[in-house]
Design a protein around this ligand. Structure first.
Ligand code: HAM
Length: 434
């Protein structure tokens, strides 16, 4: 029955529960080590920025800015937005913290992003990105290195069902010229354009190429290709990138229709896609944004980056990995008697100091011995430490192996920190005969 007093989570925003955390932690650990090995440094940025930052960086006529931003006016009257992506914030931070000045920056950041999209599997309103940006490198060597780093990541994670798509969008001048050609072409076929595409014809005609509308596929496949209108430097840049990827043994597909949904790109764009997740198939995408830094008020600096969707990569990981066991305790602490219960915390905290590698779970919430031993059994612990009023008075505690025939033994309180680790090693090493 529906409970009208129950407060639900916001649509499209998910809880990550303990049963699902292992994949997140694995991805976080592997990327952190991999990025460090390639010379990238972490930075942490605000979730909220001025709305104007995203309007200027991502583009007024993109889906993100037109209809997906969580924008609000704060009590001071400023228009603020929950970040829909990380690149704009990284560039803003590099400029405002004086990090540019001819520097070569290799940065990464991560966290939640917000887009008011229609939620479905793999597409959420709060989702997480791990984002990497290289600022101050004209490429194409860094373009190739970034892609090689992502290819290595999939290898390290055991993810195989992925394919790399690349394209070049040329310089913004070349794109402007191509845009005219494209608009002229679509105007000739205006009758078959849907409402979305008609709207995009003025603001963002390249995005029409991305349309999934089946009725428009014929007109889209007949459209002139940006690849045929690249400026010579961009052509060179792209050819060298392709040669470098081939030399590194990284397979790719050139997709002339890969245009990306953000306006700041120039030259190289790329996307890793998978056939294992359904419609939301992009797990990691990015590209070069040589014009963005000047556009946001910084000195002209070339840059390239990418972001991966954490939820999507974790979902892929869950397909290649066994469900992990919940963490089990080494020692479960059982108490018998009121005084023992009161003394337990102090004794256990002392043991935690003395044996930092041993996991102790203390019985919480009381219960008779039978109940406590049942919990001890469920915790996976090899050993129970039994603290009883009588024993404590004599300065001792009992140690009872839980998964072996061996009987209970007594141990002086001051010897516990030596005896427990030694006993755990014995118990783990020889299962039956103890
Ligand atoms: P993007 O393609 O918009 O690029 O997003 C990057 C990745 O975030 C996507 O490939 C996808 O895996 C994930 N993603 C995007 N939207 C959602 C969503 N609603 N739910 C779940 N996952 C999602 C950018 O954001 C650029 N800032 C990437 C970049 C960095 N370019 C240069 N530097």
């Amino acid at each position: 029955m529906e409970n009208k007093f129950l407060v639900q989570a916001v649509r499209g925003m998910n809880d990550v529960l303990p049963a699902n955390i292992a994949g997140w932690e694995r991805l976080e650990r592997v990327t952190r080590e991999l990025f460090a090995a390639y010379g990238f440094e972490e930075m942490r940025l605000p979730i909220v920025e001025h709305t104007s930052l995203f309007k200027r960086a991502i583009g007024e006529f993109t889906d993100i800015v037109e209809k997906e931003m969580y924008t609000f006016t704060d009590t001071g009257g400023d228009s603020l937005t929950l970040r829909p992506e990380a690149t704009a914030g990284v560039v803003r931070a590099a400029i405002t913290n004086g990090m540019l000045r001819g520097a070569r920056l290799k940065l990464w950041t991560s966290g939640p992003m917000f887009r008011h999209e229609r939620p479905q599997k793999g597409r959420y309103r709060q989702f997480h990105q791990i984002d990497v940006e290289s600022i101050g490198f004209p490429g194409p060597d860094i373009d190739a290195e970034l892609i090689a780093m992502t290819a290595r990541l999939w290898k390290q994670l055991g993810i195989t069902r992925v394919k790399l798509k690349i394209n070049s969008l040329g310089t913004s001048e070349a794109r402007r010229a191509y845009r005219e050609i494209l608009v002229a072409y679509f105007r000739q076929h205006q009758a078959v354009l849907d409402a979305d595409s008609l709207r995009r014809l003025e603001g963002n005609p390249l995005r029409i190429l991305d349309s999934k509308n089946p009725d428009m596929q014929a007109v889209i496949s007949g459209a002139p290709l940006l690849t045929d209108h690249l400026d010579p430097e961009s052509r060179d840049h792209f050819d060298t990138l392709c040669a470098m990827l081939a030399a590194a043994g990284i397979e790719y597909v050139v997709d002339p229709r890969l245009v990306r949904g953000l306006d700041y790109y120039s030259r190289t764009v790329f996307e890793w896609v998978t056939d294992a997740l359904g419609a939301q198939d992009a797990i990691c995408s990015g590209g070069r944004y040589d014009g963005l830094i000047t556009q946001l008020g910084g000195e002209a600096t070339p840059a390239i980056g990418f972001a991966m969707g954490v939820e999507r990569v974790v979902e892929l990981l869950s397909q290649v990995e066994e469900e992990p066991e919940p963490p089990s305790a080494d020692v479960y602490v059982v108490t018998a008697g009121e005084r023992a219960q009161r003394a337990a915390l102090g004794i256990v905290e002392g043991l935690r100091d003395a044996m930092p590698d041993v996991t102790l779970h203390v019985n919480l919430g009381g219960g008779n011995l039978k109940k406590q031993f049942a919990r001890a059994d469920k915790s996976g612990a090899l050993l129970a430490l039994v603290l009883g009023d009588g024993e404590l008075e004599r300065g001792v505690a009992a140690l009872k192996p839980l998964r072996h025939e061996a009987g209970q033994s007594e141990c002086a309180l001051e010897d516990l920190a030596d005896r427990i680790p030694a006993l755990l090693v014995e118990l783990a090493g020889s299962p039956e005969e103890l």
